[in-house]
Ligand binder design. Structure first.
Ligand code: NDP
Length: 240
C-alpha cells in the first residue's frame, strides 16, 4: 500500500529534505509552502513533488489546502508539521507582532494542520503526526522567548495528542533538531554561526537530511510503538 504524506514548509530547507526522503521511501508526497513561489517551482521541477501554497497560520486555508491535496493524492496518512519561522529579539525589544507571528505559525499552525486531518486518521485507524520542534524549545534561547515558547508548546501538544491517538493507531511524535545548515541558520551573522558551531560537540552544523531520516523512521509502520516521543538530533549539544 502506498501511503500519502504532507509536509508543511516542504519545499525548502529541512522540509525539502523530508519531502525528498519520504518520496524516496515510497510515499506519495505533497509539499506545502507559504509564499516563496520561485523556490517552490524550482523544487517541484527538480523533484516532481507537487507543491501547494497556503499559510499554516490560517485555519480555513489549512482545511481548504488539505482538501485539495487529498483530492489529488488521496487521504493523508502522514502529516509532517515542519513549517516554522523566527522573529528574534531580546524580550525587552520584542514586539507583540513578533510574538504573535511566531506563535501563529509555529504553534497554532500545528493545531491548524493536525485538527482537520485528525478525524480522517481516526476513521482509517492509522496516522502519523510528526512535528519539527527545536533544541531551543527544549532548553530556551536568548532572544527567542517567542520561538522557544512555540517550540516547547509543540512538545506539549505532541505528548497530549499521543494519548488521544494511541488507540486509534495514530502516533504523534516530535523531532528536535539542533542547528542545521539551512537558510534559517545561514541567515545569522557568520561570527554568531561560528560561536554556535563551537558549542556543538560533533563540531559541525547538522544536515537537513539527518533530520529527514528521523522523520522517515517515525513515519514507518515499524515505529508504531513509539508515540509521545521526541528524537533529539543536535550533535550532542543538549541532553534532555
Ligand atoms: P527555512 O526557513 O529554510 O524554511 C521554512 C519553510 O517553512 C519554508 O518552506 C517556508 O515556506 C515554510 N513556511 C514558513 N512559514 C509558513 C507558513 N505560515 N505556512 C506554510 N509554510 C511556511 O526553515 P528550516 O528548514 O531551517 O526549518 C524547518 C523547521 O525546522 C522549522 O520549524 C524550524 O523552526 C525547525 N528547526 C530548524 C533548525 C535549523 O537549524 N534550521 C533548528 C531547529 C528547528 P516558503 O518557502 O514559502 O517561505
Amino acid at each position: 500500500m502506498t501511503r500519502t504524506a504532507l509536509v508543511t514548509g516542504g519545499s525548502r530547507g529541512i522540509g525539502a529534505a523530508i519531502s525528498i526522503a519520504l518520496k524516496g521511501a515510497g510515499y506519495k508526497v505533497a509539499a506545502n509552502y507559504a509564499g516563496n513561489d520561485e523556490a517552490a517551482q524550482k523544487f517541484k521541477a527538480e523533484t516532481g513533488i507537487p507543491v501547494y501554497k497556503w499559510s499554516v497560520a490560517e485555519y480555513d486555508a489549512c482545511a481548504d489546502g488539505i482538501k485539495k491535496v487529498e483530492a489529488d493524492l488521496g487521504p493523508i496518512d502522514v502529516l509532517v508539521n515542519n513549517a516554522g519561522i523566527t522573529r528574534d529579539a531580546p524580550f525587552h525589544k520584542m514586539t507583540p507582532q513578533q510574538w504573535k507571528e511566531v506563535i501563529d505559525t509555529n504553534l497554532s499552525g500545528v493545531f491548524n494542520m493536525t485538527h482537520p486531518l485528525w478525524n480522517g486518521m481516526r476513521e482509517r485507524k492509522f496516522g502519523r503526526v510528526i512535528t519539527i520542534s527545536s533544541i531551543n524549545g527544549q532548553k530556551g534561547q536568548f532572544a527567542q522567548a517567542n520561538y522557544s515558547a512555540s517550540k516547547a508548546g509543540d512538545l506539549g501538544f505532541t505528548k497530549a495528542l499521543a494519548q488521544e491517538g494511541a488507540r486509534a493507531g495514530i502516533t504523534v511524535n516530535a523531532v528536535c533538531p539542533g542547528y542545521i545548515a539551512t537558510d534559517m541558520v545561514m541567515a545569522v551573522p557568520e561570527k554568531v554561526r561560528e560561536s554556535i558551531i563551537a558549542q556543538i560537540p560533533v563540531g559541525r552544523l547538522g544536515e537537513a537530511d539527518e533530520i529527514a531520516r528521523c522523520v522517515v523512521f517515525l513515519a514507518s509502520d515499524g515505529a508504531g510503538f513509539i508515540t509521545g516521543s521526541t528524537i533529539s538530533a543536535n550533535g550532542g549539544q543538549f541532553f534532555v
